[in-house]
Ligand binder design. Structure first.
Ligand SMILES: [Zn+2]
Length: 270
């Protein structure tokens, strides 16, 4: 090697080689961390923990703890959280596990132009054994837990489990404080308890557990009434905010919208 070549090696090639060597392990690490598989695993673990924690927080009288994909009830019942199956949205509705039920985050804030994305409908997916365990698994067992409340002059039956009756009483108090222009939306009710399956399905409605209320149908929109799936909502957000404050979710936040419908689902509002 002549002098010029040696000089070239020292000035250009050697620093380049050193810099490549220094970067090598770092580059490898970044590539490893960013594989989509790893990101997915991380995300599903995070949302699983969050979903489990939300449930424990929402039903402290009934749930003991959540560990390793399982929910432990205070009476010793153990339920699996994630069945590990890949499902389409319709399969989730038909055959939900608890993880499916917690998958979509419930949007609390919404502006006037808001409308749900296709199949965005947090709370519409329900793992029935969970609700049957809380509120009853037959008409007679649900009925045992019902009480009658007076919803602005109409007697309706609702569950006493999780103080749903007291929560509705608190909602009435707060709704009464809203300006008069809002009262027409909620002073009439289209019903609460009704032991029935959701129209056109084999699944029980939240009304079957005594934890749902439909407000005035005159100002309501329901996807089954107009199957064009063109989203409509005429119920003011101010009314819904009162329900949400007390743990009730709103069917106007569903792609399959049901704007008169509110149901007690505190796990989605944690
Ligand atoms: Zn309803």
């Amino acid at each position: 090697m002549n002098r010029t070549n040696k000089l070239l090696l020292i000035v250009f090639i050697l620093p380049l080689f050193i810099s490549l060597k220094c970067n090598e392990p770092k580059n490898k690490e970044i590539t490893k961390e960013n594989t989509s598989e790893q990101i997915e695993k991380k995300d599903s673990k995070q949302s699983k923990l969050t979903g489990l924690q939300k449930l424990i927080k929402a039903y402290p009288d009934y749930l003991e703890k959540a560990e390793d994909n399982k929910i432990y009830w205070k009476d010793g019942t153990v339920m699996n959280y994630d069945d590990g199956k890949e499902k389409t949205h319709d399969e989730r509705l038909e055959n939900a596990d608890i993880e499916d039920m917690m998958k979509q985050e419930y949007v609390v804030e919404m502006n006037g132009d808001w409308k749900p994305e296709v199949n965005y409908e947090p709370g519409r997916i329900r793992y029935e054994p969970f609700f049957e365990k809380l509120y009853g698994n037959s008409q007679s067992s649900v009925t045992k837990n019902l009480t009658t409340i007076n919803w602005f002059g109409t007697s309706v039956q609702v569950s006493t489990i999780n103080n749903v009756d007291k929560k509705l009483a608190a909602i009435m108090d707060d709704l009464n404080k809203l300006p008069e222009k809002y009262h027409k939306y909620f002073k009439k009710t289209a019903g609460t308890f009704n032991y029935r399956k959701i129209a056109g399905t084999d699944r029980y409605s939240a009304h079957a557990y005594g934890i749902a209320i439909d407000i005035n149908t005159e100002y309501s929109d329901y996807w089954q009434w107009d199957k064009s799936m063109k989203y409509k909502n005429r119920i003011p957000i101010e009314v819904a905010e009162v329900f949400e404050k007390h743990g009730f979710i709103w069917g106007a936040k569903w792609y399959h919208y049901d704007t008169m419908h509110f149901e007690y689902r505190p796990e989605l509002l944690q």
